[in-house]
Design a protein around this ligand. Structure first.
Ligand code: HPA
Length: 265
């Protein structure tokens, strides 16, 4: 970790307070950063490698609407064979750099049948269905052994973000994200179960990262792009469809993210 911090600090002279993690199909949002310094994660000591299409590994430091930000392109997923500590390495790195605010985006399947593909959903809570927890092991990173998880998605920040969206004419919804391991998509029975227990959208990321961020007391704003209806609610699912819808939603998401940076920090 120390080597990674050193590597970044020698290349970036102003560390921002905000990081944005870009989900499937959303990587190109980083192109909106001005005066960008691009660090391939492959060059950062100890940084785990991502292998998923649509997740090219880069940290992009730059300016958005006059604020310093860092974009993370290429998150790592548990289903790639990483251990759960690797999945949340980027969050520990961001925290160690001094970042206090995290916007986490992802692609998700809509379980709530009023969430059509193309819906932007703010995550107001999550259900950890992964059976994993990134905090398992010795408690050596300075946070509590038993972190509170009653408000991991900062409700004040969420309210301000909803307002920023409204002002820009971008429709958003709010819902509960259920995090699963993947890489297989869900069965119809699983989706029925997830709906029953209160989930609005399902995806294969975000939950471990948000648990790690909550441990550090970071403020988190979660945004899901609903790229497809969940299993059993449409035809067979495929990753290409998820990527294509992410790309189609890019413009609204960029406007939204800029509004969040301008108005809510
Ligand atoms: N299920 C799980 N993960 C996903 C989905 C889905 O339907 N869509 C995008 N990521």
């Amino acid at each position: 970790m120390q080597d990674a911090i050193q590597y970044i600090r020698t290349r970036v002279n102003r560390v921002p307070k905000l990081a944005l993690i870009l989900g499937s199909g959303l990587g190109s949002l980083a192109e909106s950063a001005l005066n960008a310094i691009v660090l391939p994660t492959a060059d950062i000591p100890d940084y785990p490698r991502s292998t998923v299409e649509g997740h090219s590994g880069k940290l992009i430091f730059g300016e958005l609407e006059g604020s310093d930000v860092v974009f993370l392109q290429g998150r790592v997923h548990f289903y790639e064979g990483h251990n759960i500590r690797n999945v949340t390495f980027p969050i520990r790195l961001l925290h160690a750099l001094g970042i206090t605010h995290l916007v986490v985006t992802n692609a998700a399947g809509g379980i709530n049948d009023t969430f059509r593909p193309g819906t932007i959903m703010f995550i107001h809570d999550h259900i950890n269905m992964t059976g994993q927890n990134p905090l398992i092991g010795p408690n050596g990173d300075g946070g509590p052994r038993f972190p509170d998880m009653s408000n991991p998605y900062d409700s004040d920040w969420l309210r301000k973000a909803e307002h920023a969206a409204l002002k820009r004419g971008i429709a958003t919804r709010k819902g509960v994200y259920i995090g699963v391991l993947g890489p297989s998509y869900e069965t119809k029975a699983e989706i029925k179960f997830f709906r029953t227990i209160g989930a609005d959208a399902v995806g294969m990321s975000t939950v471990p990262e948000v648990i790690q961020a909550a441990y550090f007391g970071m403020k988190v704003l979660g945004i899901s792009t609903i790229t497809n209806m969940a299993s059993g609610m449409q035809g067979p699912l495929n990753h290409q469809e998820v990527m294509d819808m992410g790309i189609a939603m890019r413009s609204d998401l960029e406007t939204l993210v800029k509004g969040i940076v301008q108005e809510t920090l």
